[in-house]
Design a protein around this ligand. Structure first.
Ligand code: FES
Length: 194
């Protein structure tokens, strides 16, 4: 019955029937996509990032169920104004968002898909920002501004051998994840004798 709709059901219905930020972010924008082979749903995020590395615009397009649309809509509102690092942390928490949307049976993957598309857009931004970086030291983790030198120093100082250990030591890799492969390569070239 309509009057018995729980608040979480209302959140999903509200964002499904009145999606926020549908469309495309203004240029220059960074794009992320995710899709499901099993149900054919797909979602596209576009974000615009300002000079302070904050998400100034987040937009989405989705073709899928009400939970996918609601999750994407909620995410666009939540990440607007956040740093890309904080936005990535939001995207890493689909279980929290799923709970807010009522944990509908069989729908967790729809929320995960929306989060993955957001993270993909942040990775697109991070890769571009890394290429554009003109500082003296090579920048590896653009989410947390961690240089190659800092990562090497932490590896040498603490005998780190995994990406997870590097992340714990200096935060590099704790955001969108686009730097994981680079951290892995630094680990390989700094392989310490044991
Ligand atoms: S660049 Fe995003 S986590 Fe390192």
């Amino acid at each position: 019955m309509r009057e018995n709709l729980s608040s979480v059901q209302t959140v999903t219905a509200d964002h499904f029937f009145n999606p926020r930020n549908a469309g495309d972010a203004g240029e220059p924008s960074f794009i992320g996509r995710a899709a499901s082979l099993s149900c054919g749903a797909h979602v596209r995020f576009s974000i615009q990032v300002d000079e302070t590395h904050a998400v100034s615009q987040a937009k989405f397009r989705a073709a899928g169920c009400e939970v996918l649309v609601a999750a994407a809509s909620v995410l666009t509102e939540r990440v607007t104004g956040l740093s890309t690092a904080d936005a990535a942390v939001v995207g890493q928490s689909p279980a929290t968002l799923s709970e807010e949307l009522g944990d509908e049976p069989g729908k967790a993957q729809c929320v995960e898909m929306a989060c993955e598309a957001l993270l993909d857009a942040i990775r697109d931004y991070s890769n571009a920002a890394r290429e554009d970086w003109a500082g003296d030291e090579a920048l590896i983790c653009t989410c947390f501004f961690v240089s190659e030198h800092t990562i090497e120093r932490e590896i040498q100082r603490h005998g780190l051998t995994t990406v997870a250990e590097v992340t714990r030591a200096c935060n590099a890799g704790a955001g969108c994840g686009s730097c994981h492969q680079l951290i892995q390569e630094i680990l390989a070239t700094n392989d310490l004798p044991r």
